[in-house]
Ligand binder design. Sequence first.
Ligand code: UDP
Length: 495
Amino acid sequence: MAKIVDVASRTTLYEYGEVAELAGKVRDLRTDAERLVPEIRGRRVWMVNSTAHGGGVAEMLPTEVSLLRELGVDARWVVMEATEPAFFPLTKRLHNMLHAAPGPPLTPADRELYESVSRENAQELLRLVTRDDILVIHDPQPMGAGAMVKQELGLPTIWRCHIGVDVRSPEVEAAWAFLEPYARMYDRALFTASEYVPGYLSAHSEIMYPALDPLSHKNRDLSLHHLVGTLCASALAVPYWPLVAPEFRTAARRLQPDGTFASATLPEDLGLIGRPIISEVSRWDRLKGFPQLMEGFRRMKLRAEPRHVGDSQIRLRLRIVRLVLAGPDPAAVQDDPEALGVLTELKERFRELEPPVQRDVAILALPMESRPENALMVNAIQRASTIVAQNSLREGFGLTVAEAMFKRRPVLGNRRAVGVRLQVRDGVDGRLVEDPEDPTEIADVMEEMLAHDERREAWGRAAQRRAYDKFLIFSLLSQWLDVFARVAHRRSTGE
Ligand code: UDP
């Protein structure tokens, strides 16, 4: 079923342009639009994905569509739903295989199912689009339907792939082989990293980074009082004055030495307002490298104590620094056994920590009932961090990295995770370890980063510039306009 999603107008370009630091980027986008929008005049742009809620794609599409409209593009958002219940388990399998997860081989019956649902969806799409439009299909679920519409109408079509892995396992190859007949139909394919592009698409592919919204609750600037107010309203810090803003609907919780979750201000205030803080905020996913990061922190702490560090300031910083590992409240991931498993394992490791180390590690459960409140908590934690870590063993992109860079935080990442090394330049925007599973290396780099104030400042500044230049919604929109103009031109000139 194809459903047109009503996109309420959101923050306008005018409003973004009113913000001093964003004015230049908005101006650049408007200049690009003046040149490119006339090239696609008269064409509607259809963005098609498979869900209206949940996941980064559904989160960003309304903003993209709304801003494209403001720039004069007749953009629409369509969600393709399958009436056949077996379809999404199949596309979920494809998704996992494209991430190199082992699974049962794809069968002719799978092909038949994918084809028949795609055919049905293509019929629905054909009721909406014309040969003068531009069709943008996101991810593998609606890819088949888009290819069939292309075959029927010959309109310009683009496939945006938000996933990928830099491993070529038999599963990855099988999934790409399964998708090949449809993928080949598209004029352009957009990938997050060149490592993810299957060989047969290389001539038609280009790189497009995901982007963040600089005025969203997750990223917008927080004044000192607003930042401290957010920490206190969500019980991430103890207020020493009456709070003017109302408390959040649900407070953050913190893992206690007895293994239960209780108020995040217990057994004592976390120190987010004053202590040096290293944080990682992510889903409770095995690939996010939480226990390995904790072990690196533990090593750094244990050796910092007895060893003589000459500089008393550095010695003190190493002594009082805390590690914050934050993710969704377990209540929000009850139906995700992997997340619960990761959290249980982390809990066990936490309980085994030496008491002085344990005191300096906070495992936080951030409530998900209210999206804006959750986003503000993430925003405040990232802003309260001296260093933001993303120790992912693997990472498609890792928006958390861009979010930290945007907030002028130096990043501790690693070279293994494509998405992390794509964003962070070692020694420029922070530091990359070679191996996210090597606690000694992590400890060394943490210590180095904590010891050098000026370097941290410089890394943070460079990171922020890079985020402004590469990872904001404005550059993404310029790139979309450019791709639209190219595919439209190719078609009108019959290339
Ligand atoms: N995130 C959040 N609340 C949490 C944990 C994570 O809002 O409790 C957000 C995080 O800020 C980021 C997104 O979830 O915007 C994760 O995206 P990313 O690309 O880093 O990783 P993914 O989860 O897609 O693997």
